[in-house]
Design a protein around this ligand. Structure first.
Ligand code: ADP
Length: 169
């Protein structure tokens, strides 16, 4: 029996990095449709507005999905992840694991999510070692102090980060 698999990759994407992109490329091999869930996350005090993050994610990732013929959508969400996953009919949630530091949090969250809905599986993917240490938070910090962020994000994103910092000054 064939089954149309819908994967949900949630995150803040403030901004999208080469690490996220690597995880998405891997995720695209595993599902028939990939939904990127951009979390509002006001508590994280994002550098980019929700609209900007959605737009950047769409611009960077849509061509990758098209290239491999996987259905693709970017949606924003502001609710419990599992509720959003149910609403979009996701059967699998994709998360990236960077280092040991990510593990504790992801371990707890996944355990609780399994109790909320045991039918939705969470799948952890590891990025290529070249991208494993990239984090949106550090990209912003490096840029803020005038460091070069070109190795960590696509060129258009690096430009957007620089522009944001220039605006704020
Ligand atoms: P969140 O607010 O959920 O942490 P992020 O945008 O920071 O959102 O990350 C979304 C997902 O992508 C998380 O599962 C995170 O672990 C993963 N991720 C981010 N950067 C990397 C990376 N460099 N390598 C692997 N996974 C990553």
């Amino acid at each position: 029996m064939s089954k149309y698999r819908i994967g949900l990759y949630p995150g803040t994407f403030d901004p999208i990095t080469n690490g996220h992109i690597d995880i998405v490329k891997r995720g695209l091999r595993l599902v028939d449709k990939l939904i990127i869930g951009v979390a509002t996350n006001p508590s994280k005090n994002p550098m980019f507005s929700l609209e900007e993050r959605v737009e950047m994610v769409e611009r960077e990732l849509k061509p990758l999905a098209e290239e491999v013929g996987v259905d693709f959508e970017v949606q924003q969400f502001d609710e419990l992840l599992m509720h959003f996953a149910e609403k979009v009919n996701a059967t699998v949630i994709i998360r990236g694991l960077r280092a040991v530091a990510d593990f504790e949090y992801e371990f707890q969250m996944t355990g609780m999510n399994y109790q909320i809905n045991p039918n939705i599986e969470t799948l952890f993917l590891m990025a290529d070692p070249r991208y494993q240490t990239i984090a949106s938070k550090l990209v912003k910090e490096v840029a803020l102090y005038g460091g070069e962020i070109a190795p960590f994000v696509p060129a258009t994103i690096a430009e957007a980060v620089r522009a944001k910092i220039a605006d704020a000054k």
